[in-house]
Design a protein around this ligand. Structure first.
Ligand SMILES: [Fe+2]
Ligand SMILES: [Fe+2]
Length: 264
């Protein structure tokens, strides 16, 4: 885990980074919306569970937490979900129904604390309304981003993610060329179906975000992004016709393992 910090006056970032051998780092963020009914957005990676809980408790007393919003049930977003639900007895779990059902095959999700959301549905959390929005790119059918009508931030789940050369607190600290390359290759790797989509149809999905005009984009996999919405939308528009990502194979793994052995 990296040091938690404020993205906006009422939004805290719980940042972490995951090393991708030979490529750089994937930021892995969760967020706390300091709404009247405080909301945790995603729960980090399980491998850092203890650190995650410490970081979370440095920001909020778990007894005050009223909601956990799960953007989707991938492991890099659900890491501390059970711990959080145990430690925050009044928190409800806002998630897509299929995310809840899939997780229920692994552990007993307390269904009486669950709130099911589809894209377009909203919850009120005291001083604001949070609306579920399916982002233009996603790697999981249960994905629901969030439009916060008070801060006007858009929590985009995996969309707008990028593998970057070194961990960064703000997207402005990432060189533009690295951002472009990292975002396009992440998009192709994480949402390979995008190469089957007509670029014109995809650009309509991007237009929906353009029309939302978020003040900040808070991706699970990019440092907080302000004042760059048009720039990142233009990057994503290039993805359907970009060269599809090819994942490393066994030969690459053997090289990585040999390097590790060589390094002691
Ligand atoms: Fe994902
Ligand atoms: Fe993710």
């Amino acid at each position: 885990m990296d040091e938690p910090h404020q993205a906006m006056p009422d939004i805290e970032v719980l940042p972490a980074h995951f090393p991708i051998p030979g490529a750089g780092f994937l930021p892995v963020n969760a967020f706390v919306i300091k709404a009247k009914e405080p909301v945790l957005v995603d729960t980090g990676m399980g491998i850092e569970g203890e650190e995650f809980m410490k970081a979370l408790e440095s920001i909020i007393d778990l007894h005050d937490l009223k909601w956990v919003w799960l953007t989707h049930d991938d492991a890099d977003h659900t890491g501390s979900l059970q711990k959080v639900l145990e430690g925050a007895p009044s928190a409800r779990l806002a998630a897509h129904s299929l995310a809840v059902l899939r997780m229920s095959t692994a552990w007993a999700v307390p269904m009486h604390r669950v709130h099911w959301l589809n894209s377009g549905d909203s919850i009120r959390v005291g001083d604001r309304k949070l609306t579920a929005v399916r982002p233009p790119l996603f790697d999981n059918p249960t994905t629901i981003g969030i439009l916060d009508d008070k801060s006007e931030a858009f929590f985009s789940a995996d969309c707008f993610g990028a593998i970057i050369p070194s961990p960064a607190r703000n997207v402005d600290d990432v060189p533009e060329g690295d951002l472009a390359q990292g975002m396009i290759s992440w998009a192709s790797a994480d949402s390979p179906w995008v190469h089957m989509v007509e670029p014109s149809a995809f650009s309509q999905a991007l237009d929906k975000i353009r029309q939302m005009a978020p003040k900040m984009i808070l991706s699970g996999h990019l440092p907080p992004t302000q004042g760059k919405t048009e720039q990142v939308l233009e990057l994503l528009a290039r993805v359907p016709t970009s060269t599809p990502f090819v994942a490393p194979n066994q030969r690459a793994l053997e090289q990585i393992l040999a390097q590790k052995r060589g390094g002691g």
